[in-house]
Write a protein that binds this ligand. Structure first.
Ligand code: DQA
Length: 158
């Protein structure tokens, strides 16, 4: 399974963003956690971080037909971006939204996600574990897809 992981704006600053909200782990540590999970689950990850809405939209558009799933922390764009929501919907790639913090326990403007309705689900509030759990959930969802079933048959035949 090929998974595109997108970290949205300001996540490159993890480690120096308020640790009481975001913890002390840096983005590189989260990427290592994801890479470890991917090895265990035999998935191939491409991980990108972008502060630019248009770039994220283009990455999602280009992912159609090239990736089986999308794991995304849209960060602040979660609450504002119709463009990212539409890109996920148009690409038709199964997506899972993740957040380090519990967005529902924070300011009211973070309680709405424009992205969640076009995702299979959302994991919010578990720090870096949100990413690991999100990846596991995405892969579990994909395992039931025709492509996942084919991969299972191919592994069994080896
Ligand atoms: C975030 C939550 C968002 O509200 C915020 O703008 C972020 C990070 C999280 O992972 O908790 O930048 O997506």
């Amino acid at each position: 399974m090929k998974i595109l992981v997108i970290h949205g704006p300001n996540l490159q600053l993890l480690g120096s963003r308020p640790p009481s909200i975001y913890g002390t782990a840096k983005l590189a540590a989260i990427d290592r956690l994801l890479a470890k999970t991917a090895v265990l689950r035999r998935a191939a990850l491409t991980i990108v971080q972008s502060n630019h809405e248009g770039e994220i939209v283009e990455r999602i558009g280009a992912a159609k037909g090239r990736y089986d799933g999308l794991l995304i922390n849209p960060a602040a764009y979660t609450h504002t971006s119709v463009a990212i929501r539409d890109a996920i919907e148009a690409a038709g790639i199964p997506a899972v939204e993740v957040h380090l913090s519990n967005i529902y326990a924070r300011e009211a403007f973070r309680h709405q996600s424009l992205i969640a309705p076009v995702c299979r689900g959302q994991v919010s509030g578990f720090g870096p574990e949100s990413y690991r759990l999100g990846l596991e959930a995405l892969l579990a969802t994909l395992a039931g897809s025709p492509r996942g079933e084919r991969a299972k048959r191919e592994r069994a035949a080896r």
